[in-house]
Design a protein around this ligand. Structure first.
Ligand code: GDP
Length: 424
């Protein structure tokens, strides 16, 4: 359908199981490499008397990116007839989690790579678990290096059975398993005759089958207020509420509600920055609004649209939280919570479960969360804030926790508790 449709996909897996090779091969086989890049890298290998590897393509592209503007994560782009893909290369699961919870590189779907010869490793499990805890539901598992196991269906079936059983335990049902050889491009962009017993789709076909997360324009309107500018026009005090639209669409004349304050008004004008006057704005657009009445609110409130479902307002919620602070997360301490543009003091109320990401054992009687642990817990902010369940609206259902100016944790909201003062 839409020519410009984009999708973010993360690729994860144990080191050396073939992530970079999958990406390099995919870029080459879809004709997405810059002109002459493949030849240049091959030539370079020849000159240095080392065998060519598709993974080197990625290094070459990264070097190029690094010389331009600074980048936080390595990203590769390729397109199919259906859409553009942005592949997020997660160097390690800590970086991956950081990117996901900060929203820097949110993935809508994932490819998880397992080496057929080496089999399932601790990180294969850990990554599957991370994806589930972050709410990434579309997962395809690539059983790679099938050439090293003589394209054996028996080996493949064993890996699939073992990994599917593990994923089922943590409530994850992958969309598909695919036997591939990334080195040779088998079943990546093209189906392969080396694996005649596999009748399913190629990885690329499966990717084109991933669904876009809910169309952001069709979700309820969410505009976290970043700044408020005051000015006078014709002797009147006016205010511009500035920020970026996360979801939904709004037009001049629409009724709006600030959350959590519940103050109501109507959009008088949509202000662009060096842009022509618009009557309507949607997701991703940085903009400002003036209102028909004088409203006093602070930055951090979420501007919502009348007649649509509103965010929760309160401060007690259940979350899947990933902790990366040097000191453990404890109940006695006050932290700063950042959710969209709001800031609030937050405390840990209860730990329902702590998961050891290495062996995935769960502990239910813990008082603190240690570094690199994942916990299901209940948090409470000191003042009411507006937020969504991440299942409904991702951008306003995710938060980070700051201590001493450093991000020490973050997570997604999985359940809201009714606090006092819920808006009628
Ligand atoms: P990453 O650490 O997951 O990014 O792994 P790489 O893509 O760097 O691959 C690690 C090693 O495995 C490299 O030497 C690759 O050439 C090799 N490799 C990757 N895919 C295949 C494959 O399908 N078959 C074989 N024989 N080797 C592969």
């Amino acid at each position: 359908d839409n020519q410009q449709e984009q999708m973010n996909i993360v690729i994860v897996g144990h080191v050396d199981h073939g992530k970079s090779t999958v990406i390099g091969r995919m870029l080459a086989d879809t004709g997405s490499l810059p002109e002459g890049k493949l030849e240049q890298v091959r030539l370079n290998c020849e000159r240095n008397a080392k065998p060519f590897e598709y993974a080197f393509l990625l290094d070459a592209l990264k070097d190029e990116q690094a010389q331009g503007i600074t980048i936080d994560t390595a990203r590769c782009f390729f397109k199919t007839a259906k859409r553009h893909y942005i592949i997020i290369d997660a160097p390690g699961h800590i970086e991956f989690l950081k990117n996901m919870i900060s929203g820097a590189a949110r993935a809508e779907a994932a490819l998880l790579v397992i080496d057929a010869k080496e089999g399932i490793r601790e990180n294969s499990r850990r990554h599957g678990f991370m994806l589930s805890m972050l709410g990434v539901k579309q997962i395809v598992v690539l059983v790679n290096k099938m050439d090293l196991v003589h394209y054996s269906q028996t080996v493949y079936d064993q890996v699939v059975a073992e990994f599917a059983a593990f994923l089922a335990q943590i409530g994850v049902e992958p969309q598909a398993f695919v036997p591939i050889s990334a080195r040779d491009g088998d079943n990546l962009a093209f189906r392969s005759a080396n694996l005649p017993w596999y009748q399913g789709p190629s990885v690329l076909e499966l990717m084109d089958g991933f669904r876009k997360e809910k169309d952001q324009a069709e979700q309820p309107f969410r505009f976290p207020v970043q700044d408020i500018y005051k000015f006078t026009a014709g002797g009147d005090d006016r205010r511009i509420f500035a920020g970026t639209v996360e979801t939904g669409v709004i037009r001049t004349g629409d009724e709006v509600i600030f959350m959590p304050s519940g103050k109501r008004s109507t959009i008088r004008s949509i202000e662009g920055f060096n842009q022509p006057v618009r009557n309507e704005v949607g997701p991703g657009q940085a903009t400002g609004f003036t209102l028909t009445t004088q409203i006093y609110v602070k930055p951090g409130e979420i501007l919502c649209r009348g007649g649509e479902s509103l965010p929760h307002q309160g401060g007690t919620f259940r979350a899947n939280l990933f902790w990366m602070g040097k000191h453990p997360l404890i109940k006695e301490k006050k932290y700063q919570l950042k959710l969209a543009t709001s800031r609030a003091t937050v405390t840990l109320q209860q730990i329902t479960k702590v998961l050891n990401s290495a062996d995935l054992t769960a502990e239910t009687d813990r008082n603190q969360v240690e570094r690199h642990e994942v916990a299901e817990c209940i948090l409470k902010t000191a003042k009411p804030i507006a937020f969504d369940n991440s299942r409904d609206i991702e951008a306003t259902g995710r938060f980070v926790i700051v201590d001493n100016y450093e991000i020490v944790g973050g997570g997604i909201i999985t359940e809201a508790f009714a606090d006092a003062g819920t808006l009628a």
